[in-house]
Design a protein around this ligand. Structure first.
Ligand code: SF4
Length: 163
């Protein structure tokens, strides 16, 4: 999967800008629909009881772009404090409460090791497309770790609500 990168800049503002861009959100939704078509039929197998969304228990980290964060954080998290333990705040028990808005990394992750290469290729292909989408619409592109990013976005939004 792509090397993680965090560009300089104000992440919550960049995410808000992306969320307000209907063309970007619609185009990302179209990309997600195409990803789901490619992975259709493979999503029934969960061997880890949702452990893949508890990043403190696994060796992997989930990265997402600004637009993906914008779509995901537009939904209310089940438990925002889970970010502090490096667990996805949208997970309830073993289940995802944000399936329609889950990022690329969630859509192409499968437990079966023999699918690793297939998943990685799919990730690279669609990640390139998502990055290009930011560029073509002049939107700020940040690529960063999910739980830290969501923590920052939620804190910013709490501070804005308190003003
Ligand atoms: S968005 Fe859903 S699938 Fe992705 S890490 Fe969070 S709970 Fe898991």
């Amino acid at each position: 999967m792509s090397a993680p990168r965090r560009n300089e800049g104000d992440l919550p503002s960049a995410v808000s800008l992306c969320r307000a861009n209907a063309r970007l959100m619609d185009a990302l939704g179209d990309i997600y629909a195409r990803i789901d078509k490619r992975t259709c039929g493979r999503e029934a197998s969960c061997l880890g009881g949702g452990a893949c969304c508890r990043f403190d228990l696994t060796a992997h980290r989930l990265y997402a772009s600004t637009a993906e964060l914008a779509m995901l954080s537009g939904l209310d998290p089940a438990d925002p404090t889970r970010c502090e333990r490096r667990r996805c705040p949208y997970q309830i028990g073993p289940r995802c409460s944000a399936r329609s808005a889950r990022p690329l990394g969630c859509r192409v992750f499968f437990c079966e090791k023999d699918l690793d290469d297939w998943c990685a290729k799919l990730y690279e292909t669609f990640h390139r497309e998502i990055r290009s989408l930011h560029e073509s619409l002049g939107m700020p592109y940040v690529y960063t770790e999910l739980t830290d990013a969501l923590s920052e976005i939620f804190a910013h939004s709490r501070a804005a609500d308190a003003r």
